[in-house]
Design a protein around this ligand. Sequence first.
Ligand code: IVH
Length: 669
Amino acid sequence: MTNEEAKQEIEQLSTKINYHNDLYYQQNTSEISDYEFDQLLEQLIQLEEKFPEFRYPDSPSQRVGGTITKDFTTVFHNYPMLSLSNTYSEEDLTEFDQRVAKALPDQDYEYFCELKFDGVAISLRYEDGLLTLATTRGDGVRGDDITANAKTIRSLPLRVHADNLPTSFEVRGEVFMPRSVFDQLNQEREATGEALLANPRNTTSGTLKMQDSSMVAKRKLDCYLYSLATDGIQIDTHEEAINLLEKWGIQVSPTYQKCRSLQEVLDYINKWEEKRLSLPLDTDGIVIKVNSTQQQKLLGSTAKSPRWAIAYKYKTQSAATILRDITYQVGRTGAITPVANLEPVALAGTVVKRASLHNANEIERLGIRYGDTVFVEKGGEIIPKITGVDESKRPANSQPIQYITYCPECNTPLVRQEGEAVHFCPNQSGCPPQIKGRIEHFIQRNAMNIDSMGKETVALFYEQGLVKTVADLYQLSFDDIFALEGFKEQATQNILDGIDASRQIAFPRVLFALGIRYVGRTVAEKLAGHFLSIEAIAQASYEQLIEVPEIGDRIAQSVVEYFSDPENQQLVNELKEANLQFSLQVDTQSPENQLLSGKTFVVSGVFEQFSREEIKEKVKMHGGKVLSSVSGKLDFLLAGNNMGPAKRKKAESLEVQIISEEEFLAMLD
Ligand code: IVH
């Protein structure tokens, strides 16, 4: 392919991807599948790698991230990012309206109402149509440069195309994690025994400050913009600004409304009180803005907030009902979760029957008793929570709740480790929900991907005495399954084929599938990449484990504990005999694996054919050493897509050789 052909192809692909992206995010429709979309993006990334001179700053490939930021640069805002004063009642709003009227004597004025999005404020600078800077609010005067992370937000245009676009403008709004994405993320964390994230807002805030933008890309953040500032063109009203943003393809929530009186504002508030709960993100109130820009100037601002705008916060909806009973659920790791069973009560459009209670401390903190009248609230979470108790309605003779001391499923005495809030059932090998939970975890798509089996199959196999451990799966025969009711020939064969195919699943995923507490997918990759085999991990001491980047105290301790348990040792042995992948298959003695002996590498950016961890494994497999920072002693900087410019500069100034993925793979050939 000639340079000219590559340039054309890159531009055509980018146009195509942008077209589908717009269709998806601006118009809520699509003409191609997610898979086809990813294929297009993949093609583009590969071409850009071969012809980096045509990798444009607004290339849609920026969406997948890959830049590593160690310290976020502080940037001064062009004008301060103020906050809003809050009100909670109609009276407060009436006062606000009176203040506005007084400051604008004999003038007509209009309001512009929007929802108050519960996310993280962001400021975006566009120059010559190109997104050049994204910053957090910080202290209002200066914030952090999070441009690389913001570029992964798919609904955010990296370049704005429009007639008469001002050379430079600034847009502000709110980044958020859609509730569905948040729930999914927490489900995944629950499955690996990781601590659950508190709410979408904090998660968004943490995500925007992640060092690796490819991790940010996976978190699927979204944003709504609600302000535009520019010297380039005259904008007379906020409504006009919003219309311009929409015209330029910058995402605005379609929930706004112009109001000509305080009454219309109150109607807007009522209209959205319930309706907002079905939006894809959390909202906690509405924002009322004076529409005319000139009147905004007349009203001015205090040091903290504008006098031309105010927030009205909705009261959280709560209902009173009776606590009937508490049931206790046992998870895969043996963790006990108490659940409150309530007298059904209507709340925010649904009927609430259950509420989560988290752990024994929470029950104690609330001081609830059976038969108590309790208050339930619905936050962003799907399951409502109990926020308090009406002691005046407490039935006579009621006693404090005694937390269970035996497992409700297998009757084993529960344990609670020092400093932990959660009780555990220690009977790992005999407690049914733990056994079934471990097998369900093992077969899931992200682990061994045995998708011919489901939750029901696991339960049936367990109840029929066919499987007690994940190793038993590999002992199943055709007749074992075929003999069960409802299993025809094809279904039986599918299950056996699925189990057989799982023998090819790579070591990091097998490690994840074991279900070691706190060892999620990423941690499993790190451990596998560092130690290369299950034996090495099993033998590693606590000290050796915490030396691995990103492996902390809790994980190290959990890994040591797992491998010191004879039952787990036996399980791993049985799985080895079943021919699962338990190493990254390195023969350090062979000449092939001495190819990079004595050479040092820093691996940075996103690669085409392999993940960054896989590239690092390859270096080690061939006798090389992976370092974390560029220094004069370094032999090679292995540069992927979107590597930070600072790293490249440093390597250049120290005359370190910079090589591409292709050049690296050629070295191994
Ligand atoms: S306008 C001068 N509009 O609320 C302040 N803010 O308490 C301009 N927010 O920092 C803000 N939704 O992060 C505005 N529709 C909306 C908003 C909104 C959420 C946040 C924003 C701001 C905070 C102020």
